[in-house]
Design a protein around this ligand. Structure first.
Ligand SMILES: C[S@@+](CC[C@H](N)C(=O)[O-])C[C@H]1O[C@@H](n2cnc3c(N)ncnc32)[C@H](O)[C@@H]1O
Length: 347
């Protein structure tokens, strides 16, 4: 047997001892910020009494205080444990290790699918020198090395020492692959030395997009190809009955969490301005219908807490937002763009 919301609120209001009806109503208002209608309160009281979950105390006068019965206390305990279990399963409460997070993400079906599209666009051939800029823990090094074959070379580059260590351990198992700790704004590589360059969700983080793209152009050989897979976080659509809450959540991500949050849509313009020819633009939309899977990518609870701290959501909005997401049905989608660009051959 499960209680409905109003009955649950009454049970919670009585947890610390007996109360009169009006005091139950006040306690609920204090807990939730809203007043339970008189009809809902009376009907909840009648049902709880009928189920033997609350009882009235003998008292002088018309208004008798009520309290939880042992069965009512047990019911409340069960509901709380069930909610705690659901919340714990739904949302991650700790920030995951950065490299492990990227590895876990790369292994999802959604990531595999857009990564395959990006690798197809890159069209690595045997003998190519391939750069994976912002390679993270090196999830793509093996596939790139397979494409470049025994005469090609794959170089992963990342500015985060933890990522570099993880990627170097991976590259050590491959014949002709290496990983350097370096910044994409100043690559430690000769001009015109690479046939192919991949950026997979790197450019959303860089401090100076035109400078980073100019550096990529410098190291690519004329006729060489750059494939960029970058999200547009403004396209993040999470279903919630209150559209403003959903918009506020997305606005917080684009304003505060990701440095170049809408780089996906800007890539064709930025690439043209950097002197590339843009040969194709393909969208890859990830659709999530499972809140747990979405949370692993989007960090729903963590980012909701940050949105509250930054005044994008109130505590109440955040509570109703997370409750709704946990209860489902859940829907979220975000689009990433795969943009292929070429450095024109010199005339
Ligand atoms: C979202 S992760 C993507 C990792 C990897 N490309 C993948 O698909 O799994 C972005 C990576 O870019 C790296 N990064 C961010 N800014 C950088 C910069 N200026 N130069 C080099 N790497 C950078 C981060 O350290 C991080 O590992």
């Amino acid at each position: 047997m499960r209680t409905n919301d109003a009955q649950m609120l009454v049970l919670s209001a009585l947890v610390n001892g007996p109360l009169h009806g009006y005091a139950v109503s006040t306690a609920i208002e204090r807990m939730t910020g809203t007043r339970l209608g008189r009809g809902s309160l009376s009907s909840a009281l009648a049902r709880l009494h009928g189920k033997g979950l609350i009882e009235y105390l003998d008292a002088e006068g018309r208004r008798r205080p009520m309290r939880l019965t042992p069965a009512g206390r047990e019911m409340l305990q069960c509901e709380i444990e069930s909610l705690a279990h659901t919340a714990g399963r739904m949302f991650e409460t700790v920030v995951p290790d950065r490299a492990a997070y990227q590895d876990r993400l790369a292994a999802t079906d959604l990531a595999r699918s857009y990564k395959q599209a990006a690798l197809d666009a890159l069209a690595v051939q045997s003998g190519h020198v391939v750069l994976d800029l912002g390679c993270g823990p090196g999830a793509d090094l093996e596939t790139l090395a397979r494409g470049a074959g025994p005469t090609g070379v794959v170089i992963g580059i990342d500015s985060d020492p933890q990522m570099v260590r993880r990627a170097q351990a991976r590259a050590a198992r491959l014949a002709r692959a290496g990983v350097l700790g370096a910044d994409v704004h100043a690559l430690p590589l000769p001009s015109s030395s690479a046939d192919r360059v991949l950026t997979d969700r790197l450019l959303q983080h860089v401090a100076d997009l035109p400078r980073a793209l100019a550096e990529v152009r410098r190291v690519l050989r004329p006729g060489g190809r750059l494939v960029m897979a970058e999200p547009d976080w403004d396209s993040l659509a999470v279903d919630h009955p209150d559209l403003e809450v959903s918009r506020a959540y997305t606005r917080h991500i684009t304003d505060r969490i990701v440095r170049n949050a809408v780089v996906g849509r800007q890539l064709p313009r930025l690439a043209l301005q950097a002197g590339f020819a843009v040969t194709s633009v393909a969208p890859a939309t990830s659709v999530f219908r499972d809140v747990h899977a979405a949370d692993q990518v989007l960090g729903l609870q963590r980012n909701t807490e940050r949105a509250v701290a930054a005044d994008y959501l109130t505590d109440r909005q955040a509570g109703s937002w997370l409750d709704h997401l946990a209860q489902g049905p859940f829907f979220a989608a975000v689009t990433l763009y795969i943009v292929t660009a070429e450095k024109p051959s010199q005339i």
